[in-house]
Design a protein around this ligand. Sequence first.
Ligand SMILES: [Zn+2]
Length: 445
Amino acid sequence: MMIIENAAIATVDARGSEYRNGHVVVDGDVLVAVGDGPAPAEYTGTRLDASGCLVTPGLVNTHHHLYQWATRGYAADSTLFQWLVELYPVWGRLDAEVTRSAASAGLARLALTGCSTVADHHYVFPRSGGDQMDALVSAVDRIGVRGHLVRGSMDRGESHGGLPPDHLVEDLDAALAGTEAAIDAHHDPAPDARVRIAVGPCSPFTVTERLMTDAAELARHKDVRLHTHLAETRDEERQCLAEFGCTPAEYAEKLGWLGEDVWLAHTVHLAGDAVRRMGATGTGSAHCPTSNGRLGTGIAPARGLLDAGAPVGLGVDGAASNESGGLGEELHQALLQARQRGGPEALTTRQALWLGTMGGARCLGREGELGSLEPGKLADLAVWDLGGLRYAGIDDPVAALVLGTTPDVKLLLVGGETVVADGRLHTADEAAVAAELSATSRRMR
Ligand SMILES: [Zn+2]
């Protein structure tokens, strides 16, 4: 057993229980006790004195493109469509070795910012690029976080009115076969799963209507979740209205892409009654505030979606549009953007933490075992170090986490196993991961 004591604790349970000086007890891969004061005497084992620290659930990242860690800093001042057009030829050089090194670096960075579960949306499958999904699973195993790997796809190249060059897209049958193979090889439905697979055609402007509908059918047949980009920019909305005569959200609903088994990245431009429809159908939103700011796409209606009853989680998005790649700071950005859009009462510090934990767990269908610190749940937690100049004297530890700069992680547990200790990656050599990535990213230029 591991007993964490003398810490401030934000459980993110349904009552929002918090303790100024509490304990968390981990037995194997589950939490067995969480509460005020010292741990009950019946628990014995390794003790961690977490004085001056805040314990929260491990953060959940609901949208990423890990391979993009190898292509950061391109098209630094462009719109989304300009950025994509500049990057597609670069991504055409992707192979499994680059993906594994980029994913390892991206996951390491996420772990070091308190993230224990990562949804990665991978949609680039160059014909001579090797086994991309295997590379991602290998990186997830190496760093030791939980992976929700979305097998993406694009089947609509330039010659069919899509944005990507033809050589970067698959045909419909290959995309569906590759998706089914990824589910069969890697999806684990067990409650303590380390790897799950979801189905993720990339976006309305890179995927045919047929692939959207067939992919949804495949996901439901296999009982896995669905994910795609939706309503990220005004350009997408204009194109959707011109081509299909409806908004992106109406298009998604028509094709079976709203529902409790769906979470959508961005959902910035939700015209008409789309916010209400997302809430009514239980469709999740992966809110990516830094990426939206980097590309200047707008501010997603996170408050409205929460009020409508939709699950809302946070996403870093790919490191090519969020070069920082850390999840802790998305708590801060989500709060700032919600208040810029809806005023000072639009999002509280506790609600920002909820988005990054339980909101994300709900998007991924993991609310039964992740997202809060409660006995019986999986032991995925972050111990944030609030010592030193950055937090000296700050009154409220949750405000320190959400309003301050991201603290160092004193301990990150995933299923009770140590992934980060004293601000350093415990599962792999950070310097080796960085050196590998530097070498492989040079090949992408
Ligand atoms: Zn994305």
